[in-house]
Design a protein around this ligand. Structure first.
Ligand SMILES: NC(=O)c1ccc[n+]([C@@H]2O[C@H](COP(=O)([O-])OP(=O)(O)OC[C@H]3O[C@@H](n4cnc5c(N)ncnc54)[C@H](O)[C@@H]3O)[C@@H](O)[C@H]2O)c1
Length: 402
């Protein structure tokens, strides 16, 4: 084990993020199990864990991180904050050549920085190691129910960010009796795991899709539609995961019947441009469109849910979309569908989201960092000492501004 000094940087992207890579307890655990590791935390007024919590846990706080070998953040780092020669880990959102982050990557290269992107850290089977989807699913499912309660006037939930943490949220579920609502959830990744967690905590009963389609129930129920139950190859009416990922344009979506038998849609399915939407604007305008609330947790504007007209905020997460005019309306307008589309849902539960993230970082990545690298780390290294690595050489024209 080589000695390693880790710095936890302050999030400075606007709006300021309240998450962190390691909680005070996780820092404490690392220090007690890795005698060669030091940690310094840059103070922050916005972090979900206060500076005091770190100092009480015996973790050093300092503004100056120039002594650190590795700097851990969450979101993109403003260019003026990038320290030359350091190794950074954060979500850079550059690998899809996002124009808003080109200048940052250029500066990273100029300042001979090494950038390891969390998003590119994958298990050998290609599954991503780190992500915040689970708590996005938890918050999104809660918000979807909350909005249904407010829209119908049948029940009231507290907003998640008013709770200290997930544990407190759970205590609000004790004794809650929901009306006989029918919920359809899509997907099978982390977001959907979060949705299912809320279904379990509230005792909402799972019903297989084929029964959900034809029956009504006297109690709250949900069904889950994975990609294999949602998409069908046009030519032979089959589904192959690999083929679907490579040729989504060959597949039709089978979601339509669910718009006529569900009250809430909780959307957690991955989407990209060539994947068929769950329904169309024309379907939304029809009499038999029963869904009243859509929690579009996947949250692609005009994506799998065509009436996603863009993001709300944590403070004001919902708006209505008129089913005929397609215009934005008041959230609970009776002629509209209530849309909950928020791009930073995990920020409503930042303490738990940070802990979950730090746990995975510790379990699957930390040893490799302490041991000076691994194939997994190499594959996630976009830039090394100021140069794009071979794997990411395709980004050269983007960096050059071509
Ligand atoms: N609103 C928010 O705050 C928020 C937060 C986190 C994630 N999200 C979004 O939610 C969606 C799901 O996230 P997740 O964490 O559950 O993802 P995940 O990585 O856990 O699961 C993604 C699923 O999509 C499938 N997939 C991967 N590549 C695909 C491709 N090219 N075509 C079709 N399917 C593919 C994978 O097999 C996997 O089952 C993503 O679009 C993500 O950006 C939103």
């Amino acid at each position: 084990m080589t000695s390693l000094h880790i710095g936890l940087i302050r999030e400075e992207k606007t709006p300021q993020d309240n998450r962190v890579a390691f909680t005070p307890q996780q820092c404490q655990w690392i220090l007690s199990h890795y005698p060669t590791v030091q940690i310094t935390v840059q103070p922050s007024p916005h972090r979900a864990f206060k500076d005091d919590e770190y100092s009480t846990a015996g973790i050093r706080l300092a503004e100056d991180l120039s002594q650190c070998d590795i700097l851990l953040g969450i979101k993109e780092v403003p260019v003026e904050r990038l320290i030359p020669g350091k190794t950074y880990l954060f979500f850079s959102h550059t690998k899809k050549l996002q124009p808003q982050n080109r200048e940052m990557l250029r500066t990273i290269l100029e300042r001979k920085i090494t950038l390891i992107d969390y998003e590119c850290l994958v298990h050998p089977d290609g599954q991503r190691i780190l992500g915040f989807g689970f708590f996005a699913g938890v918050v999104g499912a809660h918000n979807g129910l909350l909005e249904f309660g407010r829209r119908t006037g049948l029940f009231n939930f507290k907003r998640v960010h008013e709770c200290h943490d997930f544990q407190e949220l759970i205590t609000h579920y004790f004794g809650v009796k929901l009306p006989p609502v029918k919920i359809v959830a899509t997907g099978s990744g982390r977001v959907t795991a979060g949705i299912l967690e809320v279904m379990g905590l509230l005792g909402i009963k799972y019903i297989p899709p084929e029964e959900f389609l034809i029956n009504e129930y006297a109690y709250p129920v949900y069904t889950q539609l994975k990609a294999g139950e949602l998409y069908l190859r046009r030519s032979d009416k089959t589904y192959s995961r690999e083929d679907f990922h490579n040729h989504p344009e060959h597949y039709d979506c089978k979601f339509l019947p669910y718009v006529t038998c569900s009250d809430i849609l909780m959307n957690g399915i991955y989407w990209e441009q060539d994947i068929a939407p769950l329904f169309t604007w024309e379907d939304l305008a029809k009499e038999n469109f029963r869904i009243q609330v859509i929690a579009d947790i996947t949250d692609d504007k005009g994506g799998s849910v065509p009436c996603n007209l863009g993001d709300g905020t944590i403070e004001q997460p919902v708006y209505g979309v008129h089913r005929q005019s397609r215009e934005k309306t008041a959230p609970y307008d009776p002629e509209s569908v209530t849309m909950m589309c928020v791009g930073n849902l995990p920020n409503e539960l930042p303490r738990d989201a940070s802990q979950f993230f730090g746990d995975h970082l510790m379990k699957y990545v930390f040893d490799d960092l302490v041991n000076g690298g691994s194939e997994m780390i190499t594959k996630a290294t976009i830039a090394a000492h100021g140069k794009l690595t071979d794997r990411y050489a395709y980004m050269q024209p983007y960096v050059a501004g071509e």
